[in-house]
Write a new protein. Structure first.
Length: 152
């Protein structure tokens, strides 16, 4: 990522993250935006015990996929905010090749990077990888549909 802050220096944290994504608590699955450019984004989530996707001390697979999708939403939302526009609403169109290597534990910081593979009309195809430290938790390819402002 060339034109952004280093992933160690957050771009957006706390409640300001909620202005970049359409999801709100308890469904917000990122709490920090670490880096954004036109092709990639990196976001993080510290797993808390009260997270709706935690079960028996572990962050479950649906939360991992939602975290990847919200990292993509954060990219679009952050770039929209820089342009003075309201973040658009997106919908997961398809998830392909989802691999869950391991489930993060309460207290872990999940760091997710997405990269755009293709953009065609209102569809964006991304590749996402979520890690705790150097350990891959999940990865997938996701097709996301961005609604026109009048459709949202």
């Amino acid at each position: 990522m060339d034109n952004t802050n280093s992933p160690t220096v957050p771009l957006v944290t706390g409640d300001s993250v909620l202005q970049m994504i359409p999801q709100k608590p308890p469904m917000a699955m990122i709490d920090t935006i670490l880096a954004v450019d036109a092709q990639k984004a990196v976001a993080a989530l510290t797993i808390k015990e009260d997270n709706v996707f935690c079960e028996e001390g572990l962050f479950q697979a649906p939360g991992l996929s939602e975290n990847i999708a919200q990292t993509a939403a954060a990219q679009v939302g952050y770039l929209s905010s820089l342009a003075g526009e309201k973040p658009p609403v997106g919908f997961i169109g398809a998830i392909k090749n989802l691999t869950i290597e391991q489930l993060p534990k309460i207290g872990d910081q999940l760091v997710t990077e997405i990269e755009i593979e293709h953009e065609i009309m209102n569809f964006t195809l991304i590749n996402g990888v979520s890690k705790v430290g150097d350990q891959v938790m999940a990865k997938c390819q996701m097709k996301i549909f961005i609604a026109d402002t009048e459709q949202a």
